[in-house]
Ligand binder design. Sequence first.
Ligand SMILES: *Cc1c(COP(=O)(O)O)cnc(C)c1O
Length: 387
Amino acid sequence: MNRPAGFGTRAIHAGQTPDPTTGAIMTPVYLTSTYVQEAPGVLKGYDYSRTTNPTRVALEQNLAALEGGKHGLCFSSGMSAINTVLALLASGDHVVAGNDLYGGTYRLCTTMYRKFGVEFTFVDMSDLDAVRAALRPSTKLVMTESPSNPLLRLTDLSAVAELARAHGALSMCDNTFATPYLQSPLAHGIDIVIHSTTKYLGGHSDVVGGALIVDDESLRARLAHFQNSIGGTPGPLDCFLVLRGTKTLHVRMDRHAETAVRLARELEAHPRVSRVYYPGLPSHPQHALATRQMRNGGGMVSFELDASVADAKRVTASFGVFALAESLGGVESLVDHPASMTHASIPREERIAAGFQDGLIRLSVGIEDADDLSADLHRAIAVLDRA
Ligand SMILES: *Cc1c(COP(=O)(O)O)cnc(C)c1O
């Protein structure tokens, strides 16, 4: 090919060649812990499956190709991937991180790395002055998530990458919500992309996994050292499932977004809804940035009902097609009441100060028929009309 392959072609083929011994078109699931050596120390490229495994290598190359990066590293969970990045730090180092990070990331920073003497400042990543003001001589890492959860705030990735680089710090972007189909952090100068492959990349709610993608070889080597030392690596069957998921990522993401924008518009017009958060709507305060940085608005929609916690819970329990569950990014639609589910550990005053009320509801819009999802959403909100 004399031009770079398009996203869908890479999704289906990158990292995967027919098995040389049988011609099997699908990458084999190499269920092996060790590899026979031809002579002591003479390997065919593999020595032990924590260190590397052919099914994992196929997935690592596939994800690197999708993110437009040189190197991929896979993990047993998104948290394990993030932990491996934080393992680069030493006592006395400082990190600037988003104040609306995924709860598990926040917990890892504050209950584990803080104990080891790493310092953290949490700021609103959409406020570049706040990011700049938080940087210290000891800042080694800037961590962001875009769009963030549950309010779908965006980070200007080029600007944050530039601030970090000028300061001599690494930048990391959690690209789980956007996926590489919508957004390419490396192209904006971000050093490390992380994914929970549990979400859109796997796409079928049947596997937990994580990944890192980087361009720089010495950074890859440092991360691979801790990947192998910590040992949070995925099994080959999990890698196979994620590889099967990425083949349809582009098709799924287009459908997720097409239905999400329809539901977001319907919610905006709904008298019971006081606010809708969706980067693909012109009413989103960072819609211009979304247009610049993302292919479309993605599959996550949050909205505020003018309702108490009890009423919001009543609405979320009334869906029939949307399942009441945490997590996101699967083919099936999910509904979440952050105040009592995903974000229940945040005290109420802090949650309200962070900008979300008791009536906030988060949807992971799946790829069922849009008419069915729309009817389900309207039917659920209508329970508010019954006292
Ligand atoms: C789910 C999630 C994680 C954690 O990933 P696991 O695979 O559950 O360990 C990290 N970041 C974001 C944005 C997530 O949604």
